[in-house]
Write a protein that binds this ligand. Structure first.
Ligand code: NAI
Length: 384
């Protein structure tokens, strides 16, 4: 089993991944081109480990051992002895190509190379490599030290043995693994789109305000945050870009169409919590939601039906197994239940009826029920 991890890019994700690896006993090196970023990452990790120490989650000996295992380095050559390299640099294909070409000249022939990319295809990154068989996607969620899920994405050229080794390693980091196909958004960023998109659509139609839509999803669905709170938390710049990227990558399938409302917020610099205002203005108290039970239920039913439809589609298109699709949404974005299991609870026929009536009303492809959902209703056999 590999023991030495090299992380390239010491931003939000890279610093988190390096800290996690060191905490889990791996000899870890963290590199960034920017000296400023290297020192920021070092300080951030130090602060985070101090807080674990103060809370009693690690003892003094462990704290020292973790620091001993983690070094921030100022040259890519330090990847020489690595068994696994995880790249978490800027989301730009040509910059990633350049980094992997340099890495391939440094690392041993058995070293596994991985990217933490969210939106580029694994195949497109691997095209820069002489040995693309040792390359795959290892996609963590933010914050990497906390979120349990890691999506592992082989490209069409990745060797099976490399997938197995990567899986073993990520499990040794204490994470839950979902294996998925090299398709836009992988599992989580694809299946989750309607949580945002349909909430925005409901708002744009004037059916309810942000706070009421959020309340419907938290009070009826048990989601930890409503869609608008969550978009403000993620950042409307980041969330809008993911939606736009997935929409384009799916050849403009209307199911993934971005919203003008969110685009305008992005254009105006209203990113959410980090700028003090997004859908909500964080300098004033939130208004009360409507408590109209029929309205709340209507909102919840509409959003959950679209989410469930997307989960069936991910299974139909072999993106991942039904079990992994359910696991991914619970462990990657904290959904209270897996969507396929939720479909069983609500009744797949009820979900199908909901989609049929939306499609009939709007006449839009966005609401077309998935073939696998129809099969599920016809056969009576659950997927999970
Ligand atoms: P970030 O902007 O916080 O950090 C990127 C770091 O890469 C910066 O410190 C920058 O100095 C460094 N960098 C740029 N070019 C470099 C090079 N040639 N060599 C070494 N370092 C270089 O970005 P973030 O958010 O950490 O994202 C990194 C990757 O992780 C991206 O591919 C992103 O799609 C992916 N990702 C991001 C998530 C998020 O929630 N932020 C979640 C999952 C994946």
């Amino acid at each position: 089993m590999a023991k030495r991890i090299f992380v390239v890019g010491a931003g939000t994700m890279g610093a988190g991944i390096a800290q996690l690896a060191a905490q889990k006993g791996f000899e870890t090196r963290l590199f960034d081109v920017s000296a400023d970023q290297r020192s920021k990452a070092q300080q951030g990790i130090h602060k985070s480990l101090m807080s674990l120490l103060e809370k009693g989650k690690i003892d003094a000996a462990e704290h020292e051992a973790i620091h001993g295992r983690l070094s921030v380095v100022d040259h890519l050559n330090a990847a020489e002895s690595a068994d696994l390299v995880i790249e978490a640099i800027v989301e730009n294909l040509s910059v990633k190509h350049e980094v992997f070409r340099s890495l391939e000249a440094i690392v041993s022939p058995t070293c596994i190379l991985a990217s933490n990319t969210s939106s580029l295809s694994i195949a497109s990154i691997s095209s820069a490599l002489q040995q693309p068989g040792r390359f795959l996607g290892i996609h963590f969620f933010n914050p990497a030290t906390v979120m349990p899920l890691v999506e592992i994405i082989p490209s069409v050229l990745t060797h099976e043995a490399v997938v197995a080794q990567a899986q073993e390693l990520i499990l040794a980091m204490g994470k839950t693994v979902a294996i998925c196909k090299d398709t836009p958004g992988f599992i989580v960023n694809r299946v989750a789109r309607p949580f945002y998109g349909e909430a925005l659509r409901i708002y744009e139609e004037g059916l309810a305000d942000f706070v009421t839509i959020d309340y419907a999803m938290t009070s009826i669905g048990g989601f930890k945050m409503g869609p608008f709170e969550l978009m403000d938390y993620i950042g409307n710049d980041v969330n809008y870009t993911v939606t736009e990227t997935v929409f384009e990558a799916f050849y403009y399938d209307p199911r993934f169409k971005p919203s003008f409302t969110q685009k305008r917020l992005k254009e105006a610099g209203l990113y959410g919590r980090k700028t003090g205002r997004g859908f909500y203005d964080y300098s004033v108290e939130k208004a009360d939601p409507s408590k109209d039970a029929a309205l709340l239920l209507q909102i919840f039913n509409r959003i959950i039906a679209l989410l469930i439809n997307e989960a069936y589609d991910a299974v139909l298109m072999q993106v991942a197994s039904p079990q992994d699709v359910d696991l991914a949404m619970m462990k990657g974005v904290n959904y209270p239940k897996g969507l396929l299991a939720w479909s069983e609870e609500l009744g797949p026929d009820t979900v199908l009826n909901q989609l049929n009536s939306l499609q009939e009303r709007y006449g839009e492809d966005r609401y077309r029920p998935n073939a696998l959902l129809k099969d599920r209703v016809a056969s009576g056999i659950p997927l999970v």
